[in-house]
Design a protein around this ligand. Structure first.
Ligand SMILES: [Cu+2]
Length: 326
């Protein structure tokens, strides 16, 4: 019985996971998994240190692909819990429902690589009418759609972001999720981004009102952290949307999609959390083992943890683990 409880808890840890931005949706069409979307080095894990370099593009590396989108037209960002998305039976797709919080979108010129005070916020949604942006996000099956400003043509990085506030009542508990995509804005837009923007490693502080926040006390208002949405974001009228087309930048052909090596993220030893999502009390099981799993772990770590915690055989662990998307 104890063993079963420990195993169920482990499974809950696996399932109570996170989300990543995986594709653009333009003119209603998904542009393809990872096309023009930088693959995070951080997997689907949250960022909890608001000064981390991961705040820029989630550790993603630039690739040569881009999607074309007309200035002033709408642009969609498709997120999923797992990568690739679990086909069915994933109750945490696109993100665990516990992860209530705001959604923001930032943009920068591509040649900045996203480094420094170069980002401009073009969209934000927080809490209104008792509904969090993430609730709407879940209702929309992980699709975030915003209107691009009537920007001057050129190459840009665009960065959707959300915050899971389910543990944000403690400083450092808020979970930040972001990802960068690469777009070529077309058309005859005239708006130039402000000369000075925000540095994503300095945009938030752990004690900002909207970062250190208790979602469980019936709050009806919420102050979205970071800079205000840019005035110019809504200026200018949208030109007729052009037919969306994919373009691979002329520089590097097909190489780009395979060139990015997947970095295996080693689990942060500093923050082993027993449970990630809800205030589930840690069971004081008779096993007496103090070992906990970090938020991200390999199947090997999982199996050895299972052995120490539940005394289970490896073959049993394998049989169960196959059912989950690691
Ligand atoms: Cu999460």
């Amino acid at each position: 019985m104890m063993k079963t409880a420990a195993f169920v808890l482990a499974v809950a840890n696996l399932a109570a996971a996170h989300t990543t931005f995986q594709s653009f949706v333009i003119g209603g069409k998904d542009q393809g998994q990872h096309f023009a979307v930088q693959t995070p080095s951080n997997g689907n894990n949250p960022i909890k240190d608001v000064t981390s370099p991961l705040m820029v593009c989630n550790g993603g590396k630039a690739t040569a692909d881009q999607v074309e989108v007309a200035a002033g037209s709408s642009i969609g960002f498709q997120w999923h819990h797992n990568d690739p998305a679990t086909v069915s039976g994933d109750s945490d797709e696109p993100i665990a429902a516990s992860h209530k919080g705001p959604i923001m979108v930032y943009i920068a010129k591509a040649d900045t690589k996203g480094e420094g005070a170069v980002w401009t916020k073009i969209f934000e949604d927080g809490l209104s009418g008792g509904k969090w942006a993430v609730d709407t996000f879940i209702a929309n099956k992980g699709l975030i759609t915003v209107d691009l400003p009537n920007l001057e043509a050129g190459d840009y990085l665009i960065r959707p972001e959300m915050i899971g506030l389910h543990e944000a009542n403690n400083a450092g508990g808020a979970q930040f999720y972001n990802g960068c995509g690469q777009i070529k804005v077309t058309g005859s837009g005239s708006a130039s981004l402000p000369a000075s923007g925000v540095d994503m490693t300095k945009a938030y502080s752990a004690t900002d009102k909207g970062v250190l926040f208790n979602i469980y006390n019936g709050a009806t208002t919420y102050e979205i952290p970071g800079p205000k949405v840019w005035d110019g974001a809504s200026s200018g009228s949208a030109p007729a949307p052009s037919t969306p087309t994919k373009t691979a930048a002329p520089v590097a052909p097909a190489a780009s999609k395979t060139a990015t090596p997947t970095t295996i993220t080693s689990p942060k030893p500093a923050t082993p959390t027993a449970t990630e999502a809800a205030p589930v009390p840690a069971p004081s099981s008779g096993s007496g083992s103090g070992s906990t799993l970090p938020e991200s772990f390999t199947i090997e770590q999982f199996i050895s943890w299972l052995k120490t915690t539940a005394g289970s055989s490896a073959s049993k662990a394998r049989r169960h683990a196959r059912a989950f998307n690691l």
